[in-house]
Design a protein. Structure first.
Length: 504
């Protein structure tokens, strides 16, 4: 009885809380997914159907298995760029096999709780990630606005302007229907009725005209195959999880709700395995389409499922009509997404926030935009955050000498780890400002903590030097964790050294 009530409550909360809004938002997302999926498939060097079928399968499956309701997952550029060499050298069947193994790796990551590593991604890195994606989304629309490109006329710019006007103006009239959907429908009707000379979806690539079929990858089940696909699969899994978990955090902030990151990791794995078995490439969460979904009112799992299901309906039933959707209409939607995604507050905050935080954010943006590699940009941001944090903690480290007859007491305050060991040794070394020759030395570390073997090694060097200079040395105030670390890694010869847990 309790299980039935729990299931019913989950169904109402995640699926049926606002069915109309979720369905309409999903329809908008489905239309926006088509050119993206085709483009990503072409990047990977495969047929457009591979990207479109992947988007269908991933969106529908992640709606059931994911941990972030309302987030959209499909075929993505971040995964597509990884597999270019694999497809070029071995073919599409190896791509399917690599995608299945990608899903397995993501399932293992969920079991190992690797999602907890997101705790080490600072807010500055997340802001940089968001801004970089907003810039990349906008830059991706520029080929459709290139005045020298085929099919780009003044009608193109007029339709983009009209689309943006509808997107931002229609909500003043009514919010019953998402304004991006209104813009797409009206601009498509105008393009077809007047036969406007603009690029359309059909010009982006051939749309599939049938349902995807289940089939396992046609590759040899050998160790050699595993050694070929494993490096690609591992990279795909890491990039996919990174983008998915960061996007989940962003959607959490947009909707003021929490998500289950571990379930999302496992769900991404299941979705990618299913996609590969139905002729699709790997994918992950998409911040652009997720923003479209949320901005259009989508909040529940029904919106994500609708996006995948309606995309399948469009491809198999309405393919000829979908091909007539003008690209300027979709460009307008994606420009809206880039504007809505960019954290505009981050610009004035460059002056208000600490310089190190601003530098981390800018570095993340620059690396992602320059390399188009989301993982590399986030990695650079995390490394810079770690370096700046270590420097900040290091600057808080102090050593104070208390004068006493025939003795010297050094009171150590702060965190002692690999970045602060030089400062620690210099403060207690012969070159320190005190440079006394007291026979009895007490090192009071009751206000300090030793974090690693570098710190223990530094303490050991200080004690050894004082011992060789004939000083009777005591270390007092070690907390339990520091004392355990010293016991495990310090030298066994402790002649003339006394360690005490209680402060002197």
């Amino acid at each position: 009885m309790t299980a039935d009530r729990s299931f019913a409550a989950t169904l109402r909360r995640d699926w049926l809380a606002q069915p109309k809004a979720d369905i309409l938002a999903g329809i908008v997302v489905a239309l926006a997914l088509i050119p993206e999926a085709i483009g990503f498939a072409l990047i990977a060097g495969v047929d457009p159907s591979v990207g479109l079928y992947a988007s269908v399968a991933i969106a529908m499956v992640i709606a059931l298995t994911g941990g972030r309701p309302g987030m959209i997952s499909a075929a993505t550029a971040a995964v597509a760029v990884v597999v270019i060499p694999l497809v070029d050298q071995y073919g599409v069947e190896y791509l399917f096999a690599a995608t299945i193994l990608m899903g397995v790796f993501q399932g293992i990551a969920a079991l190992l709780r690797l999602d907890l590593l997101m705790q080490f991604v600072s807010r500055s890195v997340i802001t940089g990630f968001v801004n970089a994606l907003a810039i990349l989304i906008f830059l991706a629309q520029l080929p459709q606005l290139n005045p020298w490109a085929e099919g780009v006329t003044w009608y193109t710019y007029a339709m983009v302007a009209a689309g943006l006007a509808i997107i931002y103006g229609f909500p003043r009239i009514s919010t019953a229907v998402p304004s991006p959907l209104v813009a797409i429908v009206l601009l498509t009707a105008a393009a077809v009725f007047w036969g406007l000379p603009v690029n359309d979806v059909a010009g982006e690539g051939k749309l599939p005209d049938g349902l995807p079929s289940f089939a396992l990858p046609d590759v040899p089940l050998t160790w050699e195959t595993l050694t070929i696909i494993a490096p690609y699969s591992l990279t795909m899994a890491a990039v996919g999880l990174l983008e998915s978990l960061l996007t989940a955090q962003i959607v959490d902030d947009m909707t003021h709700t929490d998500s289950d990151k571990r379930r999302e990791s496992a769900g991404q794995g299941v979705a990618n395995i299913v996609a590969a078995c139905f002729g699709g490439m790997g994918g992950c969460a998409m911040i652009g389409q997720s923003v479209i979904n949320v901005a259009s009112g989508g909040r529940g799992r029904l919106s994500t499922f609708t996006a995948g299901a309606f995309l399948l309906f469009l491809l198999t039933v309405l393919g000829s009509y979908v091909g007539q959707v003008p690209m300027p209409a979709l460009v307008a939607v994606m420009i809206m997404v880039s504007i809505g995604t960019f954290s505009w507050n981050s610009i004035p905050n460059l002056r208000r926030h600490p310089p190190t935080s601003s530098l981390v954010m800018v570095a993340t943006v620059v690396v992602v935009v320059w390399t188009h590699d989301l993982a590399l940009g986030v990695l650079v941001g995390v490394l810079l955050s770690g370096i700046f944090f270590a420097q900040k903690v290091k600057s808080l480290f102090t050593v104070e000498r208390i004068r006493r007859p025939h003795s010297a007491v050094y009171v150590v305050t702060g965190e002692i780890f690999f970045a602060s060991v030089d400062k620690f040794q210099n403060a207690l070394g012969p070159e320190s400002q005190y440079d006394d020759a007291a026979h009895n030395v007490v090192i009071d570390v009751s206000r300090a903590h030793f974090w690693d073997i570098s710190a223990i090694g530094a303490l050991e060097k200080v004690i050894d030097r004082m011992r060789r200079n004939g000083r009777h040395t005591r270390v007092v105030g070690l907390n339990a964790a520091s004392a355990d670390l010293f016991d495990k890694f310090a030298l066994e010869d402790r002649t003339g050294i006394e360690l005490g847990l209680a402060p002197h």
